[in-house]
Structures are given as C-alpha cells and as structure tokens.
Design a protein around this ligand. Sequence first.
Ligand code: SF4
Length: 694
Amino acid sequence: VIRLGQGEHSINTTCAYCGVGCSLNAEMKGSEVVRMVPARDGKANEGHACVKGRFAWGYATHKDRILKPMIRARITDPWREVSWDEALDHAASEFKRIQAAHGVDAIGGIVSSRCTNEEGYLVQKLVRAAFGNNNVDTCARVCHSPTGYGLKQTLGESAGTQSFKSVERCDVVLVIGANPTDGHPVFASRLKKRLRQGARLIVIDPRRIDLVETAHVRADVHLQLRPGTNVAVLSAMAHVIVTEGLLATDFIAARCEERAFEQWRDFAARPDNAPEALEAVTGVAAPLLRAAARLYATGGNAAIYYGLGVTEHAQGSTAVMAIANLAMATGNVGREGVGVNPLRGQNNVQGSCDIGSFPHELPGYRHVADATVRGAFEQAWGVPLQAEPGLRIPNMFEAALDGSFLGLYCQGEDIVQSDPNTRHVTAALQAMECVVVQDIFLNETAKFAHVLLPGSSFLEKDGTFTNAERRISRVRKVMAPRAGYADWEVTVQLSKHLGYPMDYRHPSEIMDEIARLTPTFAGVSYARLDALGSIQWPCTADAPEGTPTMHVDEFVRGKGRFIITQYVGTSEKVTRKYPLILTTGRILSQYNVGAQTRRTDNVQWHDEDRLEIHPHDAQERGIADGDWVGIASRAGETVLRALVTERMQPGVVYTTFHFPESGANVITTENSDWATNCPEYKVTAVQVLPVSQP
Ligand code: SF4
C-alpha cells in the first residue's frame, strides 16, 4: 500500500482483461477505487495501459452484481435467495446424489481463465480429489488449447518462448491471426515502436487489420488469405525456405532431431506445397508468399506473434506446429528478438493451463497417466486419483445429451454465450440435473443453472495471474468480497460440504502448494513475487529469478522436433446457399462476451456488434452501410447492422461477439481442432441478406 496523501492510497494489482497482464495501481479514497493507473515499473506494460485496464473496472460495483446465493429446483422456477450454507449444501448433496445414481464420472467442473491461478488450481483439485474424476477443463479449450498441444509436441513446453521486451530486438515481425491493436493494445504499442524504428513487418490475416497500414506503420507484406488456409500459407513459406536454400542448417544440425527434420524437409519441398500450387487455395498470389518467406528467413532476428486466428480452426494445432517448424527451420528460437509468441486472449489463459485444468494433465503439464507424478499428488492430497483423462468441455456436452453427465460446477465462464453452437450448449445444460454457476452476474449460462454462487471481481481477492509471456504477477485485494467470499473461498467451502475439507487461510498457501508440487513453479512464492515484482516461469534453482527466454541452449524436450503439417481444407464449405465465410474477432474497448465491459462507460465507444462486409458483397445484396442484415449459417441465424468496409476481402464477412443480442455464436458451427477440440470459430459459411429492423 502506498500512501498518496489527502486520504488516498494506492494498491498495486494486475489487469484482469487480456493476456498482456498490465500492472495497475488502484488509487483509493478510503475503501473506494477512484482511478486505475498503469504502474511505471510493471515489466509487462512499462507504465502503459489501454482503455479497458484504465476505465473498465466499474463493473465491480455495478448494480447487476449478484450478492446472494440462490437456488431453484427447476430452471423454470424463480430463484430463491438462500444463505451460503444452504446453497453450498444443496449443490454438494445434488452432486453426491448424481454420483450415487449415475457413477463417479457423472459430474465435472470448468476452470475460468479469468480467475486466479490459485482459484483454478483449487477447482481442478476439487474435481480430481473431491469429485474423484478428471472431468475438469478450462475455457482455454476454446481459445489456446492448440498452442498447448502444438508447442509441447515441437518445442517441449506449452508456452510462448519470449518476453514482450524481446520485440525490441526484432528485425522482422510476422503477425499471423492476431490483431494486437484491438486485442493486446499495450503490446501493440511496443511492437509499433519497434516497427517505427525500422523493423520489417509481415501480416497474415484475412482482414486489412490496423497493422497493415496506419498513420505510423505499414506492413511490408500482407498475405490476405482466405479464412481456414493458415496451414497452406505456412506450407508455402516452408517450401520456399527449403527449396531456396534458406534453412539454418547449423542450428538444425545442433538443436533438432535429424530424422524428423529430414522427413519435414522432404515434405516441405514437395511440388504441391509450392506457392504457385497453393495460390488458388489460399487466395494469395505466389510472389507474395515467396516474398514473405524470404523476408522471414533472411531479415535477421525474426519473431512470430499469433493469436486466435491461428488456433480457432479445425487445423489449429497443425498451424501452431507449422509455426514452430518455421522458427526452427530458420534458427529463430532461443535468443532475444525471435521466437514463437502466442498472444493469449484472457488475462490468465496461460495460468489456467499451467495449473492443471486440462482433463489429461496435472499441474505443470504432466499427464495424469504418469504414475510418479500422480503419486506425488495422491500423497499431498491424501486421496487416490484417476489415471484416465476426463472429459473435455465439448465431451461434457455430448455426455449430457447421452444422459451420462448430469452435474456441472462452472466457475467464471459464460459457456452459453462464449462456446460455439449455442443451441447445442443450451440443450446439453437443460439435460443436466444440477448446474452450479459461480459468477459475478446473472449471465446467459445462469439461465440454465440450479445453483447460483456469487463470484468476486479481481478487485476483491488476492492471487496471481500469468500473462502471455509466462509472467506471474500479483493480484491484490483492494476491497472486501462484496458477497462475503472470494472465488477461492467458495471452492474451499464447496469442497468442505462435499466431505473433502481443504485447509487454506490465504491464497499464498495455495501458491506454496503449487510450488511444492510443480517443478516449473518451484521458486515462486508471494514473498518472492513481492520482492521481484513478477516472475516468468520456469522459476527453479537454476533460474531463481525466472526465465525470460526459453529454449536457449536446448529445447525443453531436448532436441526440437519438426512435425509434418499437411494442409487439409475445413469441412465448412461455401455453397450457393451459404456463399460467404464469416470470421470473428474483438474490438479495443470491449472484451469477449462483454459481461464486464458492457457494464462500464466503455460502451460509449462501441455499443453494438456490426457485420463488416466488403462493398462488392454489400452492393450485390443491396446492403448499405448501417442497414440491418440477417446472417444465416447451417447452425443458426441472427441479425446485425452492416458496416460496409474495404477492410474485408470479397467473400469474407466479420463480426465481434461482445453483445449477447448479436448472437455471433448462435451461428458458429461445432467443427473443432482435430487434436484439442478447440472450436473453429474463425470459419463459418453464411448467407447475408438485408432485413427490416428487428
Ligand atoms: Fe493491459 Fe490488456 Fe488490461 Fe489493456 S486489457 S490494460 S492491454 S492487460
């Protein structure tokens, strides 16, 4: 706490929006936050913050906050306010009843990437130790699960390789499937500064995003590909690098598996991977594909930054591995200014994955089938653990519709609004017998809940978030939990009611347990975080102050592994009935499904989702800027107002998904990544036609 005078003081914490993880100072008058100011010494943000971090925190005291637990027997009944004890007892006895009748695997839980590491750790512990199964998953399933899979397969660790600061040493930056200006604004400023100093820029994106050309920045190459063809574009670039002798042969010989490299090299050299052969598939002219490959391979320190435009595809994991292949092939891993950098969407996507919230992995990305690792957790938690992976979120929905999954504990995620194919999600929830939602608002998912447990905002709790550069930063309580409990305390209480008491007096004790059981977190504690400001994992005896750059002398898995990444077109095809491709993204002032930002003054900058459409497609349909249009896909339909813009290419339309009434996920399909089930939000075949105002 820093005293500011005149009754004001300041408490340092971390922004709860995007994966940049800006350090913020909450300036307080008494017990009220009066302003949020970026911390000058924050290593992720160096004194900067965007309009979300600075201005969109008022939702914490919004009138819509749920402050009392509520229960109801059926989702058609009115809610009944009850005590915490009654709500927790009801949830626990319903979960026990379902397990007694349908087996131990009939319930599960969802970890939120908006909550702290400590809260995520407790939810997965509750599921594994108190529920007795591995049916735990995280909302990272629907965003960066392919990053976890793809980077583990190739480099050996499910995380980005660099610090944000590393961008200051880049000579070439390749941005693919990311729009940092809107999605990661403070990092975007750092990137643009480097570009203004002369770094070269390659953008691979179906839209003319801000980075392609603004007042201060212009991309050297923009590959305006068709949605769904990332892997084909990356294959074409690999082909050029292999066939034009641009490989970093010394790096590959010293650092990578020889046989796997040779197989990949032969695959990349195949004529069907040549830019000329892939022009028709990608929609990108071969000379541009060649120029991008040459610039990336020969321009000096080259770094790749990518986002959900890479992962949220049927070939999301394939694309992540193709990116890692390119970085290894050109020797762009293991030092500053290079690397493979996933730009994480939510504040704690990295952390929620790190602390064991996937159904197949215990904390630290260690498989549940590993008897030694499992044994360590069994000893610490005092119960036997299942060795079989549990259900992923989409599998939970399928099992619910089959009648074998009937109880869900969902902490801090609005799955109805954020998961694809809303009709399918709501049908699954309606098939369940006990849905427990823990959230700060009565969100769309709560409409299908039987128990509502009030959640807490980031201002009401202690804990840590881990940002996109693996940086663990403190979240500090600046006000008392408005409903009485912080989220971590609710999980502790629920566990107690289930007959598995957990004994923590403060989140620092949870972090101490994580550090004891997770080698990459071994040196992390609240005392060290307070002393160092933040720590990038791995934090071990060898790296007591953390690890800004990974894979320096060798890859985490030993030798880097090239993996063959064959392009396969998505099954979501355009037809005469659905002739356009819809892709989705975010805007600067709003955040994801908008539950928080819509309840702040940020709505003054953006108060509705619009459908961006190219003038040619608009004219063909008689659509003018601002007209209402109906959008129909194979999954559903919705209505939005049109924004006619040359940002779009003909044949592709785009929208954000911040407002529930826009229903963007009513129309997205159930297609998903072959390895991780991450939904293919970025490719939906649609028809767009003018309609009268709804
Ligand atoms: Fe920083 Fe992201 Fe928060 Fe903006 S939303 S202040 S960029 S962490």
